[in-house]
Design a protein. Structure first.
Length: 385
């Protein structure tokens, strides 16, 4: 058994361990829920670790409750009020994180030799212990602040490969990402609303939204370039940049990369929506006036639209046939819309006309209901003939 010692210079009050919901952490502390130590001890005991606090052993006694046996946790001779079943989904690194955070919060540390300190938590680990493995990579679990580059008061990033693929909140690991990442991301959590009681991310989507906003508003071209060129299948490649007005730096970097096939297409769409680098960012070309007039005439049977409301460009840098820009009020068509024939041209003109004149958005429930309404109206008229 390999011993690990967590130690600090403050007195240990057994009630912080015996009573659920007791948290005496100060502002700025890592812990705040008053349950982390209990979860950690439960995990250690059910995974064959030995635990002593100031030389007092933490033990278990088996008790039967309604026909089922439980291992009740004891501090010396005092029952702790919970069993080793607490936190059934916890992992070794999470248990280590809690004891390490408690030590750091009290001005202490962790080590392999027994210290001369006021409070000492000793954990004796079996050879295959994931808790022991977490000790060996402790700077990847509670990460020094110097590791992070903060783009704002909300999000920091790191290029350290060893940290990638995990969520961090205030520098503390808070869960694994579902897909790989190309950067490590650290949320400062100023409102204390990012974590569950188990200190895991409550909403990965909110975390991503915040990261998207920080990147879109960033003046760091290297960060922007790294994120918008993230390989498909990575966490960053899922960024949408939907709700943030992009910075001038973001706009310039994305516009420069517009022909790069690896570019995040939603980043380019966002830049187009807010007007691009100059105006809309498109270079107009001469349209096929006959085709455009004919397409507008057909589309106007559903939604009136005039040819002079539409401009044409060579391409958008991605496979889209038409776009409407709410800020400028302009409709743009790609040259490919004409090449694909009258059917696709009419469909594109009609879609963008609906966006402009009815304010209906792509992939929205309102757009769906409107289009289905048109279909039903047509079918009913046909039925009446």
């Amino acid at each position: 058994m390999t011993p690990i010692y967590f130690f600090n210079p403050t007195d240990f009050d057994p009630r912080t361990f015996l009573f659920l919901g007791v948290s005496v952490k100060r502002g700025g502390s890592i812990g705040r829920f008053g349950t982390g130590l209990k979860y950690a001890i439960a995990w250690l005991l059910r995974n064959q670790h030995e635990v002593l606090i100031n030389s007092t052993p933490i033990t278990t006694r088996q008790e039967e409750v309604r026909g089922k046996l439980f291992d009740l946790v004891y501090f010396g001779d005092q029952p702790a009020g919970f069993t080793t079943d607490l936190g059934p989904d916890w992992e070794g690194w999470m248990a280590f994180r809690e004891l390490y955070a408690n030590a750091l919060d009290e001005g202490g540390e962790v080590g392999l030799s027994r210290p001369n300190s006021t409070t000492v938590v000793e954990v004796r680990c079996p050879p295959d212990s994931t808790f022991l493995a977490a000790f060996k990579e402790r700077d990847r679990i509670i990460v020094p602040r110097t590791e992070w580059t903060f783009e704002s008061n909300l999000i920091g990033t790191s290029t350290n490969n060893a940290l990638r693929g995990h969520f961090y909140v205030r520098g503390v690991r808070a869960g694994k990402m579902a897909v790989p990442s190309i950067l490590a991301w650290n949320h400062t959590d100023p409102n204390n609303d990012m974590l569950s009681e188990e200190r895991l991310i409550k909403s990965p989507i909110t975390f991503r939204w915040n990261a998207e906003s920080v990147v879109a508003m960033s003046n760091n071209p290297n960060l922007i370039r790294t994120v918008v060129l993230a390989p498909r299948g990575t966490w960053e490649s899922e960024f949408k940049f939907d709700f943030t007005e992009p910075s001038q730096t973001f706009t310039e970097v994305v516009w420069e990369l517009r022909s790069n096939p690896a570019l995040n297409q939603t980043a380019l769409e966002r830049v187009r929506e807010v007007g691009g680098k100059q105006g809309t960012g498109y270079t107009p070309i001469q349209a096929d006036e006959w085709m455009l007039a004919a397409a507008c005439k057909i589309a106007s049977k559903v939604q009136p639209i005039l040819p002079n409301e539409i401009q044409v460009t060579a391409d958008f840098g991605y496979p889209t046939l038409g776009l409407y820009h709410p800020r400028t009020g302009e409709i743009w068509l790609s040259r490919d819309a004409f090449r694909r024939g009258m059917h696709d041209l009419v469909a594109t003109v009609l879609e963008e006309a609906i966006h402009k004149h009815r304010g209906l958005e792509d992939k929205s429930r309102a757009m769906q209901e409107y289009l289905f309404g048109l279909v039903v109206e047509y079918l009913m008229k046909e039925e009446e003939k």
